[in-house]
Design a protein. Sequence first.
Length: 136
Amino acid sequence: MARKKWVSWIPAIVWMGLIFYVSSLPNPMPIHERLLNLVVKKSGHFVGYGILAILYRLALIEHQGIEESEAVPWSWGLALFYAATDEFHQSMVPGRHSSALDVMIDGAGALAGLWAVHRIRLSKQAQGATGATFDE
């Protein structure tokens, strides 16, 4: 039985649900030290959207069958769009607020995640060309 290609979207959808859930919490992580609060929450945005962009990339390549060169900009755009809609959602949650800075951090995280995957792929290709592995 052939695997249905829509299944490749499940990880991204689940991750989006997790982001939505955390965004629905009035104060998901109360940290009283102001600087630590800022660093932890903004890092969460950066990493979370990096992961989301990678999951979009995987789904687009597997489900749509498109090339990496097309999947990367689409993945970044989808992550940025979801970031903007998530900030809008947060504006309606008591105790939360919407921030354009957060959307920019989310977009930077998405780009960094996609860049990291690209670098890993290049590294693996180079190893394959030379026959080198990490096990040596």
